[in-house]
Design a protein around this ligand. Structure first.
Ligand code: SAH
Length: 502
């Protein structure tokens, strides 16, 4: 089998700024060789068995030399593998992609290049700086601030005399000399300059000044690499065009404690609003393997008069099983379907099943009260649900009619790492922690340890509803806000409202 290499541009940082073709390469590769400036989140797209190799370079701290990287790419391709060499920005803009391409050609390895949005343009855009503008700049120049041969000076005279926007990459260690050289060769020392650190990421930081004072300002703000240095009148537009940093949740660190398999909606919405989502899965959904009991009841589904779904997981596992068994959904046509909670109802509706009853309070006592009048001893109720669920409802319903409960999944401790979260709590940089069920609260505490509970007092705890809130208060903690309608969107509304107030 013949291997192949794709040199792929990952875009400037925001992982959504990769191209459709680049994403396709990541998804189809056997090996992904990536560096520091490519967003890690893109690696979630890799195939299960994909080999991930980090070859990041931090200016003086080279993990692997360029020669070694070249050899690595070639050796993987020669094993017959499809390799993505993932690089920040565009592979041919100071990415040494050209050198890698030449080497591949020499070694007779088939390769393609997938361009990316370079930070030199996209990074400016997210800082509110258009690289050209009819009133301010009719050309632009992208320059390395770090020469291969330090002796070989840039053409400062030429650079100082052009009117276009100058963008220096890899220039932070030479910032002082860049400014001095431009001034010396005739650029006005009042020419606006912006330094953009970690452009397009949640932690983007921008310092604005002019050629005369930017070095001092950047040092004061402790701005380091990776940063873009932008010199030119277009910097003035930032005040008007800064859409990114003006997003409502920009600069906010928000912890999501749901199971990874369920967190994507919340994670996506937070990122869309500019927030930094810290995924800390406290629970994991474990479907009961080879559930013969479930299969038997599905086979016999016609005998039931009610099915009660208490979570999205139950809906998903139950209906997936029906599909797998090729059991027609119309076999449930005599059953009334009850969905506990709006999210459970939504996941049924999304699959074409409109629940007959959705109790508007997610409290067993209330559900029992609302069902009591409807039921008689001839009813047959099926409840597929989690193994650790409360038994109150079951106990009381079984006094009225026949109940069949099947445990179709359990929630176990998630993979969130104690050290990771403790570090962030100690740094006091977490703005909100979202709790979407009682088990997320209990497991959160069990992961960090009771002795660390006080650390939660410095951040705002947001609860999805009264049952979860009760668990939070039982641990002696305060709820900062509780969702009005007990959903993910309800949680987001609270965070947005709170951020807007400031
Ligand atoms: N191929 C890349 C550039 C690689 S050189 C591209 O097209 O963007 C590495 C330099 O790029 C860094 O030193 C920094 O100057 C710049 N850079 C890349 N990504 C950046 C980011 N997100 N924020 C700020 N600077 C970035």
């Amino acid at each position: 089998m013949k291997g192949k290499v794709y040199l792929v541009g990952a875009g400037p940082g925001d992982y959504k700024l990769i191209t459709v073709k680049g994403l396709e390469c990541i998804r189809n590769s056997d090996v992904v060789i990536y560096d520091r400036l490519a967003n890690d989140k893109l690696l979630d797209e890799c195939k299960n068995k994909c080999e991930l190799i980090y070859v990041g370079k931090e200016s003086s701290n080279h993990t692997l030399s360029q020669d070694k990287i070249n050899q690595l790419i070639v050796s993987k391709a020669k094993e017959g593998k499809v390799v993505t060499r993932l690089k920040g920005g565009d592979p041919y803009v100071f990415g040494r992609g050209g050198e890698e391409g030449e080497y591949l050609l020499e070694q007779e390895v088939d390769f393609e290049v997938v361009p990316g949005i370079t930070s030199a343009i996209g990074g400016l855009c997210y800082a509110g700086i258009p690289i050209t503008h009819r009133d301010y700049a009719s050309s632009f120049h992208v320059i390395t601030g770090h020469l291969k041969d330090e002796e070989k000076e840039l053409n400062w005279k030429g650079l100082s005399s052009v009117d276009g926007t100058l963008v220096f990459l890899m220039g932070m260690s030479n910032l002082k000399s860049i400014c001095e050289n431009l001034i010396k060769e005739g650029k006005d020392k009042n020419t606006p300059v912006a330094i953009i650190n970690w452009a397009t990421r949640y932690n983007q930081k921008v310092v604005v000044g002019n050629l005369g004072n930017i070095k001092e300002k950047a040092t004061k703000e402790d701005i380091k690499s990776p940063s873009l240095i932008v010199v030119g009148e277009v910097v003035r537009l930032r005040d008007k065009l800064n859409f990114f940093e003006n997003k409502i949740l920009f600069g906010k660190n928000i912890v999501v404690t749901r199971a990874r398999s369920q967190s994507s909606t919340l994670v996506d919405k937070i990122s869309e609003l500019g927030g930094n989502c810290i995924e800390f899965p406290t629970i994991k959904i474990n479907e009961t393997k080879d559930n013969k009991e479930l299969e038997r009841e599905i086979e016999d589904i016609e005998k039931y008069t009610y099915i009660v779904f208490t979570s999205q997981n139950s809906v998903q596992i139950f209906l997936d099983k029906m599909i797998k068994m090729q059991k027609d959904f119309r076999s449930m046509n005599k059953c009334k379907i009850i969905a506990v909670g709006p999210s459970t109802a939504k996941s049924l509706r999304d699959r074409g099943i409109v629940p007959d009853f959705v109790p508007n309070k997610y409290i067993p006592e209330y559900i029992l009260e609302s069902l009591k009048g409807e039921l008689n001893e001839n009813d047959n109720i099926l409840i597929p649900r989690a193994s650790e669920a409360r038994d109150y409802l079951i106990e009381n319903l079984s006094k009225i009619c026949n109940i069949k409960e099947i445990k179709i999944y359990e929630t176990i401790l998630g993979e969130g790492k104690k050290e990771q979260i403790i570090k962030l709590l100690d740094q006091k940089i977490i703005n909100y922690i979202t709790f979407t069920s009682s088990s997320t609260v209990k497991n959160f505490i069990s992961i960090i340890g009771k002795e660390n509970i006080d650390k939660l007092k410095n951040t705002k705890l947001i609860s999805i509803g009264p049952v979860t809130s009760k668990t939070i208060t039982e641990f002696g903690l305060n709820i900062y806000r509780e969702a009005k309608n007990y959903t993910i969107d309800g949680i987001l509304e609270q965070i947005i409202e709170d951020s807007r107030r400031k």
